[in-house]
Design a protein around this ligand. Structure first.
Ligand code: AKB
Length: 316
């Protein structure tokens, strides 16, 4: 069957890379990139593009009618830090946007839907180390509980309407092609830009704040492998834990110093993102992803740092 893949939120950190990867696999004409904002040069010139606002039901209905997508990736979201500044908007975009997509996917018989969840679904009373797939979940950010509620909606549409929805709880994502957009893990991307530009960085998270992170190449590979996995192998229709690599700002700075020996890191105090980070797991257990769809991480801290610095140098 020839695919028609709609990527919503194509200008974001994941979307920018996912569109390129999907266009390589399926051909440029099969992947419709869409976003609320005008696309960047690469996306506009490498295949079809639509302006889409997920909160505008009529506009979205028109896009489904026009393209009749066989797969939809809904990446438009407000992340943890911005979500705390605009809680109602974060809830509305993250929830209403998802429900619109799930409804239209049922109406237009979309074969598969991908929706990203996050390690933000865990909270202060979740186990902090090797956080399992199933445990206490008491997220205390709007982003976190919108993702947790979204996971429940995904499983509900799978059970009630047979919609093939798939999801990953992404760790913090690190890539060189696009910037992150307002999350708590953004420091781990900014640090590379500043290391190359100024040789210094002030981290808004404290020196020993460990968080699960993942290099974008692994995240894109995970997303596409999950979407390619045979449906009968998938035992989780809420969202799969993915472990990635856990490290602190100090450990990341030490790794950067191996290549930029004069690099200096300092630490800001009283940043509101610290409390968010403190409520999240320090490491994650992803045994279900390994077992169900053969997930295996490729990049560790050293190889990720090396690849980031090598590639970022060519674009900044
Ligand atoms: C954020 O920091 O909000 C995101 C996430 C972990 O979901 N990167």
């Amino acid at each position: 069957m020839s695919e028609k893949i709609l990527v919503i939120g194509a200008n974001g950190q994941i979307g920018t890379e996912l569109v390129v990867a999907l266009r390589k696999i399926h051909g440029p004409e099969s992947v419709i990139a869409s976003d609320i904002n005008d696309p960047g040069y690469a996306i506009r010139h490498s295949g079809p593009y639509e302006l889409v606002n997920v909160l505008d039901k009529d506009n979205l209905h028109h896009i489904f009618e026009k393209h009749r997508p066989t797969q939809v990736y809904l990446l438009a979201a407000i992340l943890s830090a911005v979500g705390e500044q605009k809680p109602k908007l974060a809830w509305d975009l993250n929830m209403t946007g998802l429900i619109h997509i799930l409804d239209f996917a049922v109406e237009f018989k979309t074969a598969k839907v991908f929706w990203p969840s996050s390690i933000a679904v865990f909270g202060p009373n979740s186990p902090q180390f090797h956080t399992p797939q199933y445990c206490v979940m008491d997220p205390n950010t709007v982003y976190g509980f919108s993702k947790l509620a979204g996971e429940r909606w995904c499983e509900y549409y799978f059970t009630k309407y047979g919609l093939d929805v798939r999801s990953i709880r992404y760790p913090g994502l690190i890539g060189w092609r696009a910037n992150p957009g307002g999350g708590t893990t953004d420091y781990a991307v900014h640090i590379f830009h500043e290391a190359l530009k100024t040789g210094k960085y002030t981290s808004f998270l404290s020196a020993d704040t460990a968080l699960p992170m993942m290099y974008m190449d692994d995240a894109i590979r995970a997303t596409i492998s999950l979407m390619d996995a045979p449906a009968e192998q998938l035992t989780i229709r809420s969202s799969y834990n993915l472990a990635g690599i856990s490290f602190t700002p100090t450990q990341l700075a030490e790794e950067i110093k191996k290549q930029i020996p004069d690099f200096e890191i300092s630490y800001a105090e009283n940043d509101p993102r610290q409390a968010i980070a403190d409520s999240w797991p320090k490491s994650i257990d992803d045994e279900y992803a390994q077992r169900d769809w053969g997930w295996k991480l490729e990049y560790d801290l050293a190889t990720m740092t090396n690849d980031m610095l090598t590639n970022l140098k060519t674009v900044i």
